[in-house]
Design a protein around this ligand. Sequence first.
Ligand code: GLA
Length: 732
Amino acid sequence: MPIIINNEDKTYTLLTKNTMYQMKVDVCGVLEHTYYGPVMEYMDMHYGVECDMGPCFSPNPADGPDGVWAYSYNGINQEMSCAGIGDFRLTAMGVRNADGSFGAEPRFVSAKTEKGKYSLSGLPAFYGDKAETLVVTLKDKVHDVYFHLYYAVFEEYDLITRSIVVENKTDKSIKLEKAMTLTLDLPLGTYDMVYFHGRHTRERMLERTRIRHSQVSVASMRGASSHMENPFVIVCDKNANEEYGAAWGIGLVYSGNFLISAEKNLQEKTRVIAGINPENFNFEIEPNGEFACPEVAMVYSNEGFGKMSNSFHKAIRNNLCRGKYKNAQRPVLINNWEGTYFDFNADKLVAMAHEAKKMGVELFVMDDGWFGKRDNDCCALGDWVPNEEKLQGTLSQLAKRINDEGMKFGIWFEPECISEDSNLYRAHPDYAFAMPNRAPQVSRNQYVLDFSRKEVVDNIYNQMVKVLDGANISYVKWDFNRHITDLYSVALPAEKQGEVYHRYMLGLYDLLERITSRYPDILFESCSGGGGRFDMGMLYYMPQVWTSDNSDAIDRLKIQYGTSFAYPVSTMGSHVSVCPNHQNARVTPLQTRGNVAYFGTYGLELDVTKMTDEEKAEISRQIKEFKSYYDLIQHGDYYRLISPFTPDESLYCAWETVRPDGSEALVCAVRYETDANTAAEYVKVKGLCKDKLYRINGSEKTYLGAALMNIGLFLKYDFFSYPSRLYHITLA
Ligand code: GLA
């Protein structure tokens, strides 16, 4: 039973294979959060959050227990924290009542379980028949404002998801001024936050900081989750590492503005909140209306980050990604972007496809530049009409030419943006976000479409359908190459402008749902100037993301390593490109470029017609090798072995994928620093059977699993720049 309702103790307990989560209704009907940690026999865990500290300027609720000064909203570990009622900590929910007062005191009404996983109308969310749902309903002490707290338990993956649906049963409109999903009050302790910051071509750089009494936050106000922060953090014991210590992974299933924030309060308790960023947000709920907060996904591990990541990887692969490709072998693709940029015609693309096919590539992707007069990035976004001059015929004819080469055909779209120099903008300038009397800001020479308006979404939907129905298209890359400014919708009155960011996301999700469900056979890859929207929201619609516009194998080590804390390799678009690399001019061996791209979707992004015979032979070898390891890489347990963020500890970055039964593993080690006369290095392998014997790359010599896991694997040093090796470990 993953959910225990104990009406005597008034506790509600969620159980996964290894974790337990508990809440309890207290004397006043407040839902307290009492525990989230390792699984144990059922008991009422309330003693673990009791606190006899005096008031410290913390007020007591009017109906609080007589004489108990310590009873304050400002001290209680709460399952849902509300602003305006004397909780001076970080709070998640802010309700502006019809009378103008700001605050709500949620009190327990009921709790029930439901079979299967709850869903959230219009929002991405984990799914699964095997999950179970708990719904706890709270109601404001005064007004008929209800808070339905949804929890789903995925026992196998130690995954717990949460959402809140706010329901207005009063006869007047109310406003949510904050609608953050997560309040998580942790047991007393000293914690760090691990988070993944970045910028274009440097996404998801790992950083770690102590959570002290000042707020530690990661956030986006860009209208997208962004390259700069990722809506995923790990809150962990101060000593936690890959193998050791308590770690709570917290991810938002949302792609827009977000805030994840933590602080220690005056009682030395740590609170974490996560959800939609409250800045420039408020949302009206009409009488009998509802508002659903985006889902938060949580995994607790008491064995450090490695185990937590593995749980997220499995859950994302099996219960978040959808469609025929979520677990299927993805075709090896070639994308023409770095090979040609805008400078191509159909003959050029067909020539590339012809060469690529010979090496074993299966899908040809035509990137930006195929529509309107788009020979540079100054025009034509919004006009999704094939440029038949450039394509030397119709799109359908080009698709056929590529198909005739024995390859599938895919194309690029940027559905959410519009160029000033486009027919769509000339006809409907109001379709782009712009504030009254203020010229909108351009970014990459383009504006953002107002997807809070259904007619705008419909226009783009109809254009996309026309293209996708008109040619044999097997793949779509969905890009978004700027962030939102000038937020203002002409379709909404002044007092509802605070809804636009979120309504934009709802419009985008609606378009994604309509397009992806209409074309179940198309493989969709998400992109936003590379990895600017690598989040669980997008993965619900598209099972892979172009991880970064940086295709340099050495920079990719940090990017893919950082990405792996939450997201599985099956979601990481990774291509072999040309050297000197277009983003940093680095020259790396082709083999190293391949080895790094194997731990992702593997593809090519270069002009294959310009490659030497030797290079072509190497790519053919790589495609065969990648395919032979495909199942192991995509479905094995992934472990980070040596971090690329610690050059003072090792000159290598290493990661591994291992079959869950320990029968086979593949280790990839890349040397990213070159110094003379360095010491020998070993890497400790994970997940093997300790008393079984293994061979490495078919070696005569055999090694005990325990030895490979405790002494490690000797990393052979090849005397050239940026060498890398794969170590295939099989049972002897
Ligand atoms: C973005 C993408 C690139 C490419 C270009 C095309 O930058 O990340 O891969 O598609 O747009 O304009």
